[in-house]
Design a protein around this ligand. Structure first.
Ligand SMILES: [Zn+2]
Length: 193
């Protein structure tokens, strides 16, 4: 981005034109750290992880969740600013596999899931995974999502990832548990005041 030094620990920007992640120095990360409005080429990836252990998919969400085709028990969803287009990104042996998700399906699957409502377009990903048969979701930074998908690429064996990939996912989920903050009370539906 600039001539500023980038340390080992650094943040990332999304380049919305090239659709790539770029390393950012501290000054650039602050400069492009803005939420809300679409527009502008670069946006800083937030650092938050938000879990929602209370989420139970509504009975009518079951079909929608099944239709999202969570390969190997894991998928990320990214919403693009403006058009409201939702992309599913799944692990695969040739790298991440992207496909478009019908907005109605997305809404049906994640109705009542606070992390889905908090999701910031383009820079955060909603992770959906299966925990002993139960669907769970959390909000994770986009760079963390793609780092996991990159790590899974050489490990992945069809159809479900295989033991090495599953171990990597388990490690990611343990890290997520440590980092995740609960859903802010103000972001919940139907919470009595
Ligand atoms: Zn910079």
């Amino acid at each position: 981005m600039c001539t500023g030094a980038v340390g080992v620990e650094h943040r990332h920007l999304v380049d919305l034109e090239q659709r790539v992640l770029a390393c950012a120095c501290g000054a650039c990360a602050t400069l492009f750290d803005r939420e809300g409005a679409c527009g502008g080429r670069f946006r800083t990836v937030p650092e938050r992880y938000v879990g929602d252990p209370q989420w139970r998919p509504a009975p009518e969400a079951g079909k929608a969740l099944a239709a999202l085709d969570v390969r190997g028990g894991l998928a990320f969803f990214v919403r693009r600013c403006g058009a409201g287009q939702v992309l599913a990104v799944r692990p695969g042996p040739a790298g991440p596999v992207e496909s478009e998700v019908e907005p109605g399906l997305w809404q049906a699957a994640f109705a009542g899931a606070a992390p889905a409502r908090l999701l910031v377009d383009d820079v955060e990903a909603l992770l959906l995974w299966s925990d002993t048969g139960r669907a769970r979701c959390a909000l994770v930074p986009l760079d963390a999502a793609f780092a996991l998908l990159a790590a899974l690429r050489p490990l992945w064996r069809e159809p479900d990832g295989g033991p090495a990939a599953r171990a990597r996912v388990t490690a990611f989920l343990a890290d997520l548990d440590r980092r995740a903050v609960p859903v802010p009370a103000t972001a919940r539906w139907g919470t009595p005041a």
